[in-house]
Design a protein around this ligand. Sequence first.
Ligand code: HAM
Length: 435
Amino acid sequence: MALQRPKGTQDHLPDGSSGSHSRTNRSDTRAEAFAQVVETARRVLTRGGARLIQTPIFEEADLVKRGVGGSTDIVRKEMFTVHYFGDHGGFILRPEGTAGIVRAYLENGLKQWPSPLKLWTHGPMFRAENVQKGRLRQFHQVDYEVIGAADALVDAEAIELMVQVVQALGLKGARVKLGSIGDPADRGHYNDYLRETFTPHTERLSDDSKDRLDRNPMRILDSKSQGDQTLISELGVKPMLDFLGEAAAAHFAQVRGYLDTWGVEYDLDPSIVRGLDYYRRTAWELHHEGVGAKSALGGGGRYDGLAAELGGPETPAVGWAFGIERILIALDAEGVQLPEQAGPLVFVAALDPEHTGLAAQVALQARQVAHAEFAYRALKPGNVFKEAERRGAIYAALIGSDEAASQNVTLKHLQTGEQRRVAINDLNAFLLEHP
Ligand code: HAM
């Protein structure tokens, strides 16, 4: 059997070629739809003042471990380690974009830029997760970060921009779940409370959660084990929001106040737990029925401690990312069709072999004004039209000996059937006027 792509990866195929409807056990992504998600995000985020940044897809292992955090599933179970000859795996394929962006911010002195600095990026991320629908090992994110401001206004603007991007894509059913995970001291108190609450019932916890009880009890709340979830509701565990200190509570009230004023809708989620360790205060996720309750379209939050964790000065920051593949699943579920890539305006073909070069030349010339393609071999007139239609062309241009002698093409509008002679010299002007 021919070689296949690794589990948990996808091919992004051109329009019309994916055959995804006929293949039942493989899901491919449409490269054009994917690009349009990125393009829409670029438009919305650029209007919001964000600048594009790209960082390497592999980073020092230490950056990932310190950035994402030692108690996370990502660091404990899902890292792709990079080996090359003579090396022992000191690099990790990035599982997310934030740690690398903050590293780049510190390393390149971006602090000198107008503050706060808004950055956005998009690209592949890697997590060795259990593969299922919408859960891949190589997936892609659009990521937005604002570095250098602690103000609640920045959090609210970030959430608004995230909502703007999905709305601009035509998605209607995405809901923001908003919460706060407080300051580190608040979380300390909450974790103490959770340890006290769960310890008498340790034997009922899943193995993973027994481990979490020690390292980061909050993560138990996020457990995928049904037994854990039953225990949580039986015990009536209080949410993180009940443990917010004064400063974090005031900040959260401000964020909500701005969103309410602007009419940005959200559902309060008093017990939100994010899967990364760097968050403080505001935390949110974007959910959609089409991708299931357990998986988010996107997520974000404030991460004021990350820069210092990476060896830089204390730098307040907030940001979010969404998964492009999951956005495409949600768009599919809502039946939103992103436009397909258009075919050529004109398909040029020679009717005899001695004129194939001329046909090509006409197409090359037409490319100054439009998308033009040509046949590499001479075709019979009927086949010219067939080939032009297969490519989705608007016009077919034919060159036989008559046309070649008079330096004309016969141009046929494939939908109306209207046919005319156009001088090769006038073709570009005609195409511009009749696109
Ligand atoms: P995250 O919640 O880990 O946050 O990931 C953000 C989004 O990436 C998820 O909501 C999901 O759509 C997508 N995603 C994550 N894992 C997978 C996967 N295995 N397969 C498909 N899609 C996936 C972050 O990554 C943070 N860096 C977001 C952030 C930016 N926080 C502050 N700034």
